[in-house]
Write a protein that binds this ligand. Structure first.
Ligand code: ASC
Length: 156
């Protein structure tokens, strides 16, 4: 290969790599639809786990520990914004409990997830006060937002 054509080949290769790197598809975060489903389920699993720790204290099944409540509420609030990126349209055919209404009524789904995010932030604020009654109230509101979304958008 002549020096000139070798340089050309290198330049073409570099441009091809750059083109791939910058032509980000809508769901660049996930290689496959299954990855998006796994992502959202994983985030929701961790959220449920940490929310459950607060629930145990709110319902008197575990002794109240303000630090545990605060740490758990922080995880719930931080992760609350994450699952929704996993509800990509190309995941509709992947087996899960997600109802088609998630994509047919995308505005309502967004409203429901926004409600959860907002209530999770309030729960974290309540947990920071260390007041169990405030935590109980905020816990109930978060649980209500979980349930509303599950009722409308998740199969049994
Ligand atoms: C939880 C949990 C849910 C919600 C929901 C509230 O602790 O894992 O999915 O609360 O049951 O109704």
């Amino acid at each position: 290969m002549k020096k000139q054509s070798a340089l050309h080949a290198v330049a073409t290769f570099a441009l091809t790599i750059a083109a791939f790197a910058f032509s980000a598809p809508a769901s660049a975060q996930f290689q496959k639809p299954e990855d998006a489903v796994k992502f959202r389920q994983s985030a929701l699993t961790v959220i449920a786990n940490q929310f459950g720790r607060i629930g145990a204290m709110a319902n008197g099944r575990a002794p109240f520990d303000a630090k545990v409540a605060q740490d758990s509420a922080h995880v719930v609030a931080t992760l609350s914004t994450l699952p929704w990126a996993g509800f990509v349209a190309n995941t509709e055919s992947v087996k899960s409990r997600a109802k088609p209404e998630i994509w047919k009524e995308a505005g309502k789904f967004k409203e429901a997830s926004d409600k959860f995010v907002a209530e999770a932030a309030k729960l974290e604020a309540a947990a920071k006060t260390g007041n169990l009654d405030a935590i109980k109230t905020a816990f109930g509101a978060v649980g209500g937002s979980c349930k509303a979304c599950h009722d409308a958008f998740r199969t049994e």
